[in-house]
Structure formats: C-alpha cells, structure tokens
Design a protein around this ligand. Structure first.
Ligand code: IPE
Ligand code: IPE
Ligand code: MG
Length: 249
C-alpha cells in the first residue's frame, strides 16, 4: 500500500487514546502482563514524540481507569510503579520539548508516591505551551460527571452558582480540566470497539478510529493512519453534508 502523509492543515488539535491490549500482547508471547504494560510504556514516549512532530496540540492518554482498580493487586501495584517510572524518566525530555503535563481523574485514590510524581511533573511543566499531555488516571467518565454535579451543588448551596445559569458551558467548567478541549479524534487500540467509560462528556462529537493493533505494537505509522482516517471524514455536527460544505470552514 502506498504511504500517504496527513494534510498538515487538518491535523486534529486533540487526540485521545484508549491504550488497550498490553495484557493480550504479553499473553500471546507467553510473558507476564506486567511486561506487556512495560512495553506499552515505551509506546507512550514514541507516540508523544510523533504527536508533537505532527503538530497535535493535545494528547490525552487513558492510562488507568477507575474500573482498573479491580484488577489483581500485583498488576495494580506494577502499573503504579510504572507510572512513577515514566514520570521520573521522561520528565526531562517532556519538559525540554515544551510539553505541559496534566492529569484528570480521582487522583486522590492514587498511592501517595504516584500522586507526588504526577504533581511534580505537572508543576515542573506548568508554564510549557508547545503541547499538552494529559493522563487519565484513576479516571472514569461517569465519575467525572458525578464529581462535577457534586461541586455544582456545593456552589449552588453557597450561592455562587444559580441553578438557572447552568448550561453546557457552565457544566464544562466543573469537569476535571475545563481547559481541555473536546477530543477531535478518539483512537482505541487492542481491537475492542467500546468506550470503557472514557471522556463521556467530551467525546460527544469525536471521530472514532479503532484498530486491531495492540498498544505495545502501536507505531508512528499507526497514528498517521488514524489521522488519515480522520481527515477522510466529514464532521457534520448534526447538519447536512451540503450545509457543511457550503459553510466551508
Ligand atoms: C491496557 O491494556 C492498559 C490498562 C488497562 C492499564 P490491558 O491491560 O487492558 O490489556 P488487555 O486488554 O488485557 O489486552
Ligand atoms: C480501558 O481498557 C482502560 C485503559 C486503557 C486504561 P480496559 O481494558 O480496562 O477496558 P475493558 O475492561 O476492556 O472495557
Ligand atoms: Mg484491556
């Protein structure tokens, strides 16, 4: 197949990825699931570089879901250690490239040492503006909406939020990171075609690209393929095709 390059003018500003398939990748090789997660971590570094090269402004990675807390303790502990390792090992390069690190999720559930490593990365890269890398950690989309509702009720009780002023824009202000724009492109690796509680509010109009590639095998070319797929779509946001084409944005 002839390789093509994405149109530089239509690079999705925000790409979100459900990095799935580490376990199956490892099991098919007869190695431990944790080794699959370790291999997956290498791809985070590659995909971040590739995203930066391609001009993607926001990359959001689903690294650990609220439901993932129910996995065996050894796997959860291993994943937590890998997160710390990533934050410590990659921070210099991430910072040098002007990338700002953020995190969304019920971070208070993470072990203290993981919270520290994440906070340190966020703090050190706070002023960077080249690109934003957001980790969804201990994250659930429904929990995010519930947490937002709870904060809104508290503000309403305090009198700082008028119920009648609540609209979609106000609601967004109560999400974990209101500065995070909606993803334009949602990629899921690992062959499953489901959302698994990721960014439920934000993906309302995301284009979805699914691939059978397991996350530890995901290469720059797979990202490029996803972007080409995205660029071939017509985003209609409820309008007709001719309306969109006449609007010509
Ligand atoms: C994704 O890979 C990583 C996490 C959920 C932390 P999985 O561990 O879910 O891999 P599979 O789906 O079992 O192959
Ligand atoms: C989604 O993958 C969560 C992450 C990639 C962190 P899962 O492997 O947990 O999703 P399900 O259980 O197959 O839906
Ligand atoms: Mg999985």
């Amino acid at each position: 197949m002839e390789e093509s390059l994405p149109n530089r003018d239509r690079i999705p500003a925000h790409v979100a990825i459900i990095m799935d398939g580490n376990g199956r990748w490892a099991e098919s090789r007869g190695i431990s699931r944790l080794r699959g997660h370790r291999a997956g971590l290498q791809r985070v570094r590659d995909v971040l570089r590739a995203s930066n090269d391609l001009g993607i402004q926001y990359l959001t990675l689903y690294a650990f879901s609220l439901e993932n807390w129910n996995r065996p303790k050894t796997e959860v502990d291993g994943l937590m250690s890998l997160l710390i390792e990533y934050m410590e090992r990659e921070l210099n390069e991430v910072d040098r490239n002007g990338i700002r690190v953020r995190a969304i999720g019920r971070l208070d559930r993470l072990p203290g040492r993981v919270q520290k490593a994440v906070e340190n990365a966020i703090e050190r890269t706070r002023e960077n503006s080249e690109m934003t890398l957001t980790f969804a950690l201990s994250y659930g989309g429904r929990a995010e909406i519930v947490d937002a509702a709870r904060k809104m009720v508290l503000d309403a009780e305090r009198g700082t939020l008028l119920p009648k002023s609540i609209d979609e824009k106000t609601f967004r202000d109560y999400l974990y990171d209101p500065t995070l724009p909606d993803p334009d492109l949602l990629i899921r690796t690992g062959a499953e075609v489901r959302v698994s509680n990721f960014l439920l509010w934000q993906i309302a109009y995301a284009e979805i690209h699914n691939t059978n590639v397991m996350w530890p095998d995901f290469q720059k070319q797979n990202l490029v393929d996803a972007i080409l797929d995205y660029q071939g779509r017509e985003r209609r946001f409820g309008m007709t095709g001719s309306q969109v084409r006449e609007g010509g944005s």
